[in-house]
Design a protein around this ligand. Structure first.
Ligand code: CIZ
Length: 330
């Protein structure tokens, strides 16, 4: 594979707007957001132009904290459904809007409240730790949630020795290696966007750029993580780059949307998505469902409002609030 192939930008699977239209959409979104006192939050995997109109860009933990601390009553959540749902659960008095209802999550869909219930019956007496990439109903049946930014600290914070970890098997296995003193049974779900990446691809990238620092997300498979210099959440990746001031090039094993934030914060560094082609494989189609047109319609027409059944919300809130009391891993 040539270096050119590594940096190739593949045709992207969403409609791109022309530059003039993009500028006017951005202006109109910001004008309406301030007129309606709406807070715009965007996940690190959102389209670059959507990240650019947000008041705050971050990972799901950072966005949840921001939603709680900001006084604005309307939250436009540019992320996927489970994230907007968590924002609603933590802020029951606020209006939470998701620009596209098609913005789901395959990992979240891999476990239902019924399948978790069956699983709990198979392994009675274990503390249930659920990754935030899950529905409100699944969170409501869990003892505590975690994100990729605090999973190790969450597991260490528990007094219980025996744990059920749901639903991401790659994150679960990685956490289990960090906390060998706990007995962790891991559910068999995964994020297809991360799980598709193989160590052979990262190895090929590393051979092309032997000086590159490899930073991988813990939703990646074990053979990818074995080649990584750093394993962390998306926000952790921004901090990880700062820990390598001498390095010029980074191979990034996560969804390509993060590269926008990396380039903004470190304009003199080179970031290469570890699959060798931005948008080919490490592309989450659901994260890219929110575009500028849908963000504008969302604010203008007050849609789509996220609602969670109050009884489910109050149980899910306990699991989320327990998580939020635990600090980030680093
Ligand atoms: O927790 C999140 O925001 C996810 C899904 C990924 C990450 O590491 O930011």
């Amino acid at each position: 594979m040539s270096t050119g192939a590594l940096e190739r930008i593949a045709p992207l699977a969403y409609a791109q707007v022309d530059e003039e239209r993009e500028v006017s959409l951005k202006q109109e979104i910001r004008r309406l957001a301030s007129a309606r006192k709406a807070l715009i939050l965007a996940h690190n995997y959102q389209l670059p132009e959507v990240q650019d109109v947000a008041d705050f860009v971050g990972d799901s933990l950072g966005l949840a904290l921001e939603a709680q601390k900001d006084p604005r009553e309307t939250i436009v959540f540019c992320g996927v459904h489970f994230m907007a749902e968590s924002a609603k659960i933590l802020n029951p008095g606020k209006k939470v809007l998701l620009p596209s209802l098609a913005a789901g999550c395959s990992l979240s869909d891999s476990i239902t409240a019924d399948s978790l219930e069956d699983w709990k019956q198979r392994y009675p007496g274990r503390a249930v730790v659920t990754y935030v990439n899950s529905s409100a109903e699944v969170k409501a049946q869990s003892d505590i949630c975690c994100t990729s930014a605090n999973a190790v600290s969450v597991i260490r914070s528990l007094s219980q020795q025996k744990i059920l970890f749901t639903p991401d098997r790659n994150l679960g296995r990685w956490v289990a290696r960090q906390v060998p003193e706990k007995d962790i049974v891991i559910y068999d779900g995964c994020c297809p966007t991360h799980d598709v990446l193989r160590g052979t691809q990262v190895g090929a990238g590393k051979r092309q750029r032997p000086d590159a620092v490899v930073i991988a997300h813990p939703e990646c498979r074990e053979d990818v993580l074995a080649l990584a210099d750093e394993v962390c959440s998306t926000t952790g990746m921004l901090a990880a780059v700062a820990r390598h001031p001498e390095a010029k090039t980074f191979l990034i094993a996560t969804e390509w949307g993060l590269v926008h934030q990396l380039k903004k914060r470190f304009p003199d560094k080179t970031f290469i998505v570890a699959d060798g082609c931005i948008g080919c494989r490490l592309h989450c189609p659901y994260m890219k469902m929110n575009d500028l047109e849908s963000v504008l319609r969302c604010i203008r027409e007050d849609r789509f409002e996220i609602r969670v059944h109050p009884e489910v919300a109050s149980r899910a809130r306990i699991a989320l609030e327990r998580m939020m009391a635990v600090p980030r891993d680093r």
